[in-house]
Design a protein around this ligand. Structure first.
Ligand code: ACO
Ligand code: ZN
Length: 498
């Protein structure tokens, strides 16, 4: 399935029967469903927003059965006013409004459920980075740099990435006299308060659901690439008025204008992600970054990735996560290709929370490398892992591909040696959950019941497909090169609830 294809997204206007009638460009309003041309075809689309532009009125449309990343602003000429439109349901809207208001109030007075869940978990678990080896000393040395820089930049640049709190980056495990003194003078902010502050005020205001349905950033300059975002991301509201925003590809600070970005670039010395380099081959590197130690950087990464990830809501509370960032190197530095985040302790056994290949690198096999890396870490941990649900359409396609290729390769090995292979064996060997193994076998019709026995078979067509994809596949992660021990959680961190 191509990302442009329909993909089982929810039908627009599935909130019950609606009144129909003729509309004009002046009466067509938000919530209406109209017939709008897309790729030369008339399609049902819900109007999510309306704006006046120099070239006339434009309507922001979400198309029936299309992923939100294909939403777009359309001019009047693409809307068929000959046909009836479906008017929004007033009853439903009132209910929606009431709900919206309630949510806003409760959001301000208490953290969201998700936050509470994370906080609860975090209290029991803070990773000790001291336990992770530093195989490549250059990166370990420069670990603490970027956050200091971020802070300095935030106070100097207009319209730049904000600093978020006075104690934001004072995260050293061993308290030095200097840091203790600083703490005494600093106003006391709990982490929850800080997250609430970000959520409800200041630059990272969480927009109401209605606004967040609309893509707010139209263009991003990122290193030598120009990116066209797919989804809403909670950058400062003023940024949505800019034709283009600028993100520093190394520290991920964001700027609303070229001048302040250019000034930033003359000062920014970061050349790779701010963590330990835990993998390096001729092609890529992986860095492990602790959300708690590198809050600003990780929050900026979440903001950046939200532009291409629709269904994850985590931007601020990065503390309970580790981030595994894949880069490619050249003389200028280590450029981010993609990453996955992982809860330090996942009650559900997830080995990936969010996974992203930046759009300029997609469909080149990097997603496979990210997924393989996440399973290699699970193998080292001696755990079975699975990605956090729900998966996006592209996430599902990529995981299915990874799972089926690896299961087929493993089975071929067993077939050669004549050994028997069970679902449990596959799960253990690939660090996949038995559920994921079973679902894959079912989806590929690889399970048969023969003479009273369940058997796993590889249909000829799958073998041919695998041959083809193997010929295409250039790179894999070499597990021998991973320099990593699972982070250990210290008793002190549990006691003090840091
Ligand atoms: N159309 C069809 N098949 C696709 C597509 C696509 N657009 N993208 C990936 N696939 C499938 C293909 O089978 C592909 O293998 P092939 O190219 O040999 O046919 C396979 O997935 C792997 O492709 P990669 O090139 O290795 O994957 P990529 O680098 O593009 O990354 C990813 C995949 C991470 C899902 C990327 O599409 C992405 O970042 N999407 C946006 C964010 C997202 O949706 N993330 C997953 C959310 S779920 C979660 O976070 C747990
Ligand atoms: Zn920078």
């Amino acid at each position: 399935m191509s990302p442009g294809a329909t993909n089982g997204e929810a039908e627009v206007g599935s909130d019950g029967p609606r009144q129909k009638g003729k509309a004009t460009p002046d009466t067509l309003k938000i919530g209406c469903i109209a017939l709008v041309t897309k790729d030369g075809q008339p399609r049902r689309a819900e109007i999510l927003s309306i704006k006046e532009t120099k070239s006339g009125r434009q309507f922001y449309c979400n198309f029936d059965n299309f992923n939100k990343r294909l939403d777009e602003w359309v001019p009047v000429s693409r809307i068929d006013f000959e046909q009836d439109v479906e008017w929004p349901n007033p009853e439903k809207d009132k209910q929606k409004d009431a709900k919206g208001k309630k949510t806003t109030v409760s959001k301000k007075s208490q953290p969201s459920k998700k936050t509470q869940k994370r906080v609860g978990k975090r209290e029991q678990s803070v990773a000790s980075e001291g336990q992770t080896p530093h195989p490549f000393t250059d990166s370990a040395e420069s670990q603490s740099k970027p956050d200091g820089e971020d802070k300095a930049n935030a106070s100097l640049e207009v319209g730049a990435t904000p600093g978020v709190g006075p104690d934001e980056m004072e995260l050293d495990e061993d308290e030095t006299p200097a840091s203790a003194a600083k703490k005494e003078n600093a106003p006391t902010f709990s982490r929850e308060q800080e997250i609430e502050k970000l959520r409800t005020s200041g630059s990272m205001t969480q927009n109401p659901a209605e606004i967040s349905r609309i893509r707010n950033i139209s263009k991003v300059e990122f290193g030598r690439y120009v990116l066209f975002p797919w989804y809403f991301s909670p950058y400062p509201e003023a940024f949505s008025q800019e034709d283009c925003i600028y993100i520093c590809e190394f520290c991920l600070s964001y700027f609303g204008n070229l001048k302040s970005f250019t000034r930033h670039r003359t000062k920014c010395t970061l050349q790779h992600p701010p963590g330990n380099e835990i993998y390096r081959d001729d092609f890529v590197s992986f860095y492990e970054i602790d959300g708690r130690r590198q809050r600003t950087w990780c929050r900026n990464l979440c903001l950046l990735s939200k532009m291409f990830l629709d269904h994850k809501t985590l931007y601020y509370d990065v503390d309970p996560f580790l981030f595994y960032v894949m880069t490619t190197r050249d003389e200028k530095g280590s450029h981010i290709i993609g990453y996955f985040s992982k809860e330090k302790e996942s009650a559900d056994g997830y080995n990936v929370a969010c996974i992203l290949t930046l759009p300029q690198y997609q469909r080149k096999g990097y997603g496979r490398l990210l997924i393989q890396f996440s399973y290699e870490l699970s193998k080292i941990e001696g755990k079975l892992g699975s990605p956090e649900k729900p998966l996006s359409d592209l996430g599902l396609l990529s995981y299915r591909q990874y799972w089926s290729e690896n299961i087929i390769d493993l089975l071929l090995g067993y077939a050669e040696s004549g050994e028997k292979c069970t679902i449990e064996t596959i799960a253990t060997r690939l660090a996949m959950t038995t559920q994921d193994v079973e679902h894959t076998l079912q989806a590929l019709k690889m399970q048969v019941y023969h003479k009273g026995e369940h058997k796993i078979v590889i249909p000829e067509k799958l073998l041919q497909q695998r041959e083809k994809s193997r010929a295409k596949q250039k790179r894999v992660i070499d597990p021998e090169r991973i320099q990593w021990k699972p982070p250990v959680f210290t008793a002190a961190s549990r006691t003090w609830g840091w």
